[in-house]
Ligand binder design. Structure first.
Ligand code: WTA
Length: 642
């Protein structure tokens, strides 16, 4: 069976129907196209109440055999990874499947030499260089569980993630390049490790060659460790045989409460789901050059730079830098240089590049582009049209892919060039995804031209299995709001044709430049500032970032004398605790927050004020102190008029 089996809209409808009527048969057909050491005894067993989901039970595999070894005979010399460095003047690198396998085996042996065994957790904090892909796959090769931490997170965030997973080893680099900046990665790791007892070893890659501290017995250089492996003389590292339900990785993500959760994905189902959705959605044809601009620190990079494309024998382009360096034409230069056929990016990048003006696109060829993709947040019509006209030359289909860290891969998306598309609609469920819209009480809303909270009522192979170390929390967060269903946290509408449009989060999770941030997390960080009494954080519409962060802060005396300085202090505090990505865009000092008599903050009111819409704040009579709302409104207007 080819994974390019959907050839028309009719095919899609038929495939979808079959996939929900006979899911086991559908998914085992897809799974047959992968390489298994031993086939499964049972395709699926599940129970959403106790949250126990198993796909391909009894099967044995190693995902790297699927991503590497199985391509060697036919595609060994074909490019697996094309790497484009931050500086356009630096030479790019191409790793063929053979070369990538060789390096993964080598580094797998490095990990073993440093005491890592199957089941150990390894934290990876690297820039976007080929060694990041190598490190991820080397973990999977030996059955270690990787936890990649995005380079924009602070030392404190790294420490929290390392401690939660009890990681034994950290892989980092001296520094990484992002535009004109050098990020001192090893320094940040060193700051984190003061709090981390579980870490025995740190492997440090040379990238920026900036001075770093190296501790005897703990810190070793990547390059030295490779030489050791070379002198040991055995270049091979046999793939560890894994159960389909063994853990593949942990990836931390923000929710509406508390600290980030370690979303757990397992080997078999995740592989099948990412491989299938990659090929099917993009209609990837062997030989196409595919460029996903995401960072491997997020799920998009895991699923659609590394595992999905490589399991399909694709050529995946990896870019170290940022879209605006050296200028706002960089994505288009890369597209022309490497003849990119499929470009997958985020609305925030599109809006930002649009804002620099068309002169950065004009004069670029872009004729290689066949398909475009968007991910991470709702794409507004204006950005969609620009992407379509200027980049897709009016002819390349755009797949607006809706999904989440927890879902492993695409839930809703058009199929490129095959199913219809409408700007700002994610359109159709992927085969196998059983969507439901529910009302506040969890009652299913049937029919078309309706909206509600988006849930999924049947398992799919790429879904999360648990949150690391806290199964109860996983059950509670995702499977208890509406009984018997997975709740996405997003609202959606189904129009009169049955097409889906995502309307955004209905919980307290923000989506800032496509980065997921919990308001509670930001509040906790702000509240750690010594001069802050309390705070409330909400999102507001932001022209480029999609959402901006608006913080209402009750301070003690200091902010009245030097408000801007205090804002700077708060930003610095948040950067230290979470990372610069969580810094509020606006901070308004207030004397109190609107609370109900039971002490609950009325966020609805704050959200309206942050949006600049104070005409109808709804019922404020239940407030403890309605006066405070007037003061906050005045303050917000003052800030806006400045
Ligand atoms: C949002 C990113 C609208 C949504 C893959 C979801 C989207 C959250 C889309 C997950 C889209 C993602 N249209 N909204 N195409 N894609 N989202 O876990 O709110 O970083 O719940 O995964 O991003 O963010 P996460």
């Amino acid at each position: 069976m080819s994974l390019l089996h959907v050839k028309s809209f009719e095919d899609y409808k038929e495939t979808y129907k079959k996939s929900v009527e006979r899911p086991e048969e559908f998914w085992s057909g897809i799974a047959e196209t992968f390489k298994w050491r031993k086939k499964w005894d049972k395709v699926l067993s599940w129970d959403f109440k106790d949250l126990n989901v198993k796909w391909f039970e009894g099967a044995k595999l190693n995902i790297t055999e699927n991503c590497l070894d199985r391509h060697i005979v036919e595609r060994g010399d074909k490019p697996a990874i094309i790497w484009e460095p931050n500086e356009p003047g630096e030479a790019h690198r191409v790793l063929s499947y053979k070369q990538l396998l060789f390096k993964v085996e080598q580094f797998g042996n490095v990990l073993k030499n440093n005491g890592v065994v199957k089941g150990d957790r390894v934290c990876i904090y690297l820039p976007m260089v080929p060694e990041l892909v190598i490190a991820v796959l080397a973990c999977a090769r030996i059955g270690a569980v990787h936890s990649v931490v995005f380079g924009g997170f602070s030392a404190q965030s790294i420490a929290d993630r390392i401690n939660d997973a009890k990681a034994k080893l950290v892989i980092t680099a001296d520094g990484g390049f992002r535009g004109k900046k050098v990020i001192e990665l090893k320094d940040i790791v060193d700051d984190a490790l003061g709090q981390c007892k579980s870490v025995e070893k740190v492997i440090v890659l040379t990238r920026a060659r900036i001075p770093v501290s190296m501790l005897k017995g703990r810190d070793v250089w990547w390059e030295d460790e490779i030489i050791k492996v070379e002198t040991q003389g055995n270049p091979h590292c046999p793939p560890e045989e894994m159960d389909a339900e063994d853990m593949l990785f942990i990836l931390y993500t923000s929710g509406s409460t508390g600290t980030p959760k370690g979303v757990v994905h397992t080997c078999g189902g995740y592989m099948v789901f990412t491989g299938y959705t990659f090929t099917n959605t993009f209609q990837y044809q062997l030989g196409d050059v595919y460029f996903c601009t995401a960072d491997i620190g997020w799920i998009t990079g895991h699923s659609y730079i590394v595992y999905g494309p490589l399991s399909q024998g694709a050529t995946s382009l990896l870019f170290e830098g940022i879209p605006t360096y050296p200028d706002a034409g960089r994505f288009w230069d890369i597209t022309d240089k490497h003849k990119v056929n499929i470009l997958y990016t985020a609305p925030t990048a599109i809006r930002s590049l649009m804002g620099f003006g068309d002169e950065y696109v004009e004069g670029k060829d872009l004729n290689s582009i066949k398909t475009l993709g968007s991910v991470g947040e709702p794409i507004n019509e204006e950005a969609w049209e620009w992407f379509h006209e200027k980049i897709g030359k009016g002819k390349a289909p755009i797949v607006d892919t809706y999904w989440q860290t927890e879902t492993g891969g695409f839930l809703i998306s058009p199929i490129a060039g095959i199913t219809p598309e409408i700007p700002s609609f994610a359109m159709f469920p992927q085969p196998g995804i059983q969507l439901v819209l529910v009302d506040e009480n969890g009652k299913e809303i049937e029919g078309n031209d309706v909206s509600g909270n988006l849930c999924i009522k049947f398992p799919w192979p790429g879904m999360l299995r648990t949150t690391y170390g806290d199964h109860e929390r996983c059950k509670k967060t995702y499977f208890s709001t509406y009984e018997g269903m997975y709740f996405t946290g997003d609202g959606a509408l189904r129009d009169e044709h049955g097409y889906y449009r995502i309307t955004g989060r209905v919980d307290d999770v923000l989506n800032v430049s496509g980065h997921r941030i919990g308001t509670a997390e930001v509040e906790d960080a702000i509240n750690k500032h010594s001069d802050v009494v309390e705070s409330a954080v909400v999102g507001y519409p932001h022209a480029v970032k999609g959402q901006g962060i608006y913080a209402f802060v009750v301070g003690n005396h200091r902010h009245t004398d030097e408000p801007d300085l205090m804002r700077g202090d708060i930003n610095k505090t948040v950067s230290r605790i979470i990372g610069a990505i969580a810094k509020p865009d606006k901070i308004q000092f207030v004397s109190g927050l609107p609370k109900t008599r039971s002490g609950k903050i009325m966020r609805r009111i704050l959200r309206k004020i942050a949006e600049g819409d104070t005409s109808n704040l709804g019922d404020t009579t239940t407030l403890l102190d309605p006066e405070v709302v007037e003061e906050i409104k005045r303050g917000a207007e003052e800030m806006r008029s400045k």
